[in-house]
Design a protein around this ligand. Structure first.
Ligand code: GRF
Length: 210
C-alpha cells in the first residue's frame, strides 16, 4: 500500500473522490496528510471528518516563496510519501528540489484537454468562450513547466449542451472525480513510467510498498 499526500486549496471534491476510493478499497493506499495553503479550505473539513491529518502551509508565514515549498517537502518527507496528488492546489510548485525529489510522483488534474487552455485557472471559461464543443480533463505529471508535464490520462467531455461556464465546470468536474480516483487506484497497484520522451505507460507491480 502506498502513502499518499493530497494538496488542495479549496472545495476538495477531487480529494473526496480519493478519500472514497481508499474507503471503498479501490485505492490500495492511505492518505497520510492533506496539505493546504488556505485555512478556510473546505478540504480541511473533509480531512477532519475522515480523520486525515492536515497541515496548513500559508504563503504569508514565509518570507520567500521557496521556503513554503521547502516546508511542504519536509512534510512529505516526514510521511514517507509515494504519491503527491494536486487536487485544486492553486499554487505552482517552484522548488526544484521538491520537484526533483518527487520526480514522477507528483500528479495534477487540469480541467481541459491539454495543451489547450493550460497554464491558468480559467480553462473551463476559456473553452466555453471559445465555443468549444468538446473539452475535457488531463491528469499529468508535474514538472517545472506549468501544465506541461507528461500526460498520464485524458478524457474528452462533450460540452455542447452547456449554457454557461458553470455548467461546463460542473460537467467536467464529475468526470474529473471519477478519473482521478481511477488513476490514483492504478498508481497504488503499480507505477507509471515515461517512455520515449513523453509517452507514459502503466506498469503493474504486485509488491506492497509499505
Ligand atoms: C478542478 O476543476 C481541478 O481540475 C482544478 O481545480 C478544481 C478543483 O476542484 N485544478 P476540487 O477542489 O477538487 O473540487
Amino acid at each position: 500500500m502506498i502513502h499518499i499526500a493530497v494538496l488542495a486549496s479549496g472545495r476538495g471534491s477531487n480529494f473526496q473522490a480519493i478519500i472514497n476510493g481508499v474507503k471503498e478499497g479501490d485505492i490500495n493506499g492511505k492518505i497520510e496528510v492533506l496539505i493546504t495553503d488556505n485555512p478556510d479550505a473546505k478540504a480541511i473539513e473533509r480531512a477532519k471528518k475522515n480523520k486525515i491529518p492536515f497541515e496548513v502551509v500559508e504563503r504569508k508565514n514565509f518570507k520567500e516563496r521557496i521556503e513554503m515549498d521547502q516546508r511542504i517537502k519536509a512534510i512529505l518527507d516526514s510521511h514517507n510519501i509515494d504519491l503527491v496528488v494536486l487536487a485544486g492546489y492553486m499554487r505552482i510548485i517552484k522548488s526544484k528540489e521538491l520537484l526533483a525529489s518527487y520526480k514522477n510522483k507528483i500528479i495534477n488534474i487540469h480541467p481541459s484537454l491539454l495543451p489547450s487552455f493550460g497554464g491558468n485557472t480559467t480553462a473551463q471559461k476559456d473553452a466555453f468562450d471559445y465555443g468549444c464543443k468538446i473539452s475535457g480533463l488531463t491528469i499529468h505529471f508535474v514538472t517545472p513547466d506549468v501544465d506541461a508535464g507528461p500526460i498520464i490520462y485524458q478524457e474528452a467531455v462533450d460540452i455542447s449542451d452547456c449554457r454557461d461556464e458553470t455548467e461546463v465546470s460542473l460537467k467536467i468536474l464529475k468526470h474529473e472525480n471519477k478519473a482521478y480516483r481511477k488513476v490514483v487506484a492504478d498508481f497504488s497497484k503499480g507505477t507509471y513510467v515515461i517512455k520515449e520522451g513523453r509517452r507514459t505507460q502503466f506498469i503493474h507491480f504486485p509488491i506492497k510498498k509499505h
